[in-house]
Design a protein around this ligand. Structure first.
Ligand SMILES: Cc1cc2nc3c(=O)[nH]c(=O)nc-3n(C[C@H](O)[C@H](O)[C@H](O)COP(=O)(O)OP(=O)(O)OC[C@H]3O[C@@H](n4cnc5c(N)ncnc54)[C@H](O)[C@@H]3O)c2cc1C
Length: 387
């Protein structure tokens, strides 16, 4: 290993001279849109978990794609890292700056550039959050369905290829991003694709960037697929005698083609935490939280079919979800088991995973698995559903 030890580190550790030079150039160009105060720098590193906070050297607030191109070019010249920042809701220390560098905060880039209601798509800047976008779309009867619970930015959601309980029906970010504009490491602006939903031309650069966590480029514009707001939404909670029975009910629901919109599994410990946190009185047994979208008759029929499946597996009855001012599964968000897996393996994997990972209590978020990588993804997933 002596040879490896002699190799220079390809990523320069914090180089104070380079950082100071970059900060001076950026300050001259961007004025008070560059901030170096300790408090702001710490807000732009990991704040959501126990992972240590590793602040950047400066935070900058661009207002348009050419600003981002300038920032990236200036930093690249001196090999100072850049860390794009949406709303900082990522849970694995994504926004930390272990080698220092400049955090690019998209707070001031949140315009909706176009809504093509007939084509069911829109074009937005990366800083807009999913709630802000859905507020903008509501009057047109449209919504953007990917919902990770947190009010994350669309740029951050694309960069983390995020999902959420709605993924069962509407897919994840990989299914809902049509095209991106991305500033590459040399400052060039790349367009990955056009609005067309069907194209076989060229490499699928959109999917390469979605999930790249800012390592391949900085997203400055997104073209997104939209869905119609369903006429009726009904949510329910359903108890089961065991985790296996709950998992088997989820598998059967999907196998029977019931177009469930959301489905989330809570084990008895998580139900207990939910009761304590949301002041509910749910029975403390494994539970599925479900939501059905469609016409009033369609949603009712889906709920009935799900109730039958649950009954066959010893579960039920399916009851209307406790509202608490929010809809069904959302009431228990933050407590859900963050496991994504092929549906068919759920009955084996969910109980095994509970045995293998100790649970820990966190005052702010309830119960969490004591692992930074709580989004465990099994390889070769045919279809990943959020449980
Ligand atoms: C209560 C709660 C529940 C959650 N539930 C889920 C869930 O069910 N499923 C799920 O997938 N996630 C979930 N998350 C995680 C989180 O919401 C996602 O990671 C979110 O997509 C991050 O978006 P953000 O705007 O906060 O990005 P940030 O946290 O700011 O950044 C995340 C990453 O994206 C990069 N990035 C940000 N903006 C850009 C850009 N413009 N260009 C390039 N890279 C960029 C950053 O550099 C970083 O690597 C949950 C989080 C919380 C707090």
């Amino acid at each position: 290993m002596a040879l490896a030890q002699q190799k220079p580190d390809p990523i320069a550790r914090r180089d104070p001279a380079a950082v100071n030079a970059v900060i001076a150039v950026l300050a001259a160009k961007f004025g008070n849109r560059l901030v170096t105060s300790q408090a702001v720098r710490e807000q732009h590193a990991n704040t959501t978990t126990w992972i240590a906070n590793e602040p950047p050297d400066a935070v900058i607030f661009p207002q348009a794609a050419p600003d981002v191109q300038d920032i990236v070019r200036i930093c690249a010249e001196r090999r100072v890292p850049v860390i794009p920042f949406g709303t900082g809701t990522s849970l694995e220390g994504h926004v930390n700056a272990p080698y220092g560098g400049v955090s690019i905060d998209f707070r001031d880039m949140k315009r909706v550039l176009a809504v093509n209601s007939q084509d069911l798509d829109c074009v937005v800047e990366p800083g807009i959050t999913r709630k802000e976008l859905n507020e903008h779309l509501r009057d047109q009867g449209l919504f953007f369905p990917v919902d990770p619970g947190a009010d994350a930015s669309l740029g951050g959601m694309a960069a983390t290829r995020c999902s959420g309980t709605n993924a069962v029906r509407y897919g994840t970010m990989k299914d809902n991003v049509l095209a991106l504009k991305v500033v590459l490491a040399n400052g060039e602006l790349m367009t990955t694709a056009r609005r067309a939903k069907k194209s076989s031309a060229g490499y699928d650069l959109t999917r390469l960037i979605v999930g790249a966590e800012g390592t391949l480029g900085v997203i400055t514009e997104l073209t997104l697929k939209l869905s119609g707001i369903p006429e009726a939404i009904s949510s329910g909670v359903c108890p089961f005698p065991s985790l296996e029975a709950a998992c088997n009910a989820a598998i059967a629901t999907i196998q029977f083609g019931v177009p469930v919109a959301r489905i989330e599994l809570l084990d008895e410990l998580q139900v207990k935490a939910t009761n304590l946190y949301s002041k509910l009185t749910l029975p403390e047994v494994p539970m599925l939280f479900v939501e059905f979208h469609g016409s009033p008759a369609g949603a009712a029929e889906q709920a009935e079919r799900f109730g039958e499946i649950a009954r066959d597996l010893g579960g039920g009855p399916l009851a209307a979800a406790p509202s608490n001012g929010r809809r069904g599964p959302r009431t228990a968000r933050g407590f859900g088991r963050r496991v994504t897996m092929p549906t068919g393996r759920a009955a084996r994997c969910a109980p095994a995973r509970r045995r293998s990972r100790p649970m820990c209590a966190s005052r702010s978020r309830g119960w969490r698995n004591a692992s930074p990588q709580h989004n465990a993804t099994w390889p070769n997933s045919i279809s990943s559903h959020r449980f």
